[in-house]
Design a protein around this ligand. Sequence first.
Ligand code: NI
Length: 218
Amino acid sequence: MNRRTLLAALGIGIPAAGALGWGLSEWMLAAKRDAAPSRSGAMQQLIGSPFALTDHKGRRVTDETFAGRVRLVFFGFTHCPDVCPTGLAYIAETLDGLTQPEAAAVSPLFISVDADRDKPDLLATYVAHFHPSLIGLSGSEAEVAQAAKAFRTYYRKVPTGGDAYVMEHTASIYLIGPDGRLRGFLDTHEPVQTAVAKIRLALSDTPSGSAMTGERSS
Ligand code: NI
């Protein structure tokens, strides 16, 4: 049934149909305007799930393990010559710029994209070199691929001769809010205080500051 037949069936005359048509388009515009705020809210997209990996202490973890917490997520590999050390040193400095209750509400995750070499033991030594609260995550090739997919990040194995290789990967440091939505990225070119401010903003989104309630009340 097209609109004319529908209108005829409803017993609406042509002049009224014109008014109804105008009213409809106005209504649709209004609906679009109303949708605008939620669309900008949707830009803070849910990211980083699902994944299942093993932490540097050998415990199985998933995205659910860190639900409700502010997360810093960085992809890399322990044999990385400079990008990873730079990023992890920056994350370490940022964590030290937070108060203790704030830092306790943040999970800094280093996800290795080098499934062959980065086993929990090696990751444990590596992350401890940068910061005691840094969490190293690794897994099988399929698990790492799934984690990268969940964060929409890119990596690639690049042979460098013989059995040697490096892992190409993005240098992004994700900042994820307690609701699992992407708040933005930390940038190692910015002063550490900027990163600290970004994290504080994400922490303030925590429902009634619940992530830090324990420390605050003690
Ligand atoms: Ni790297």
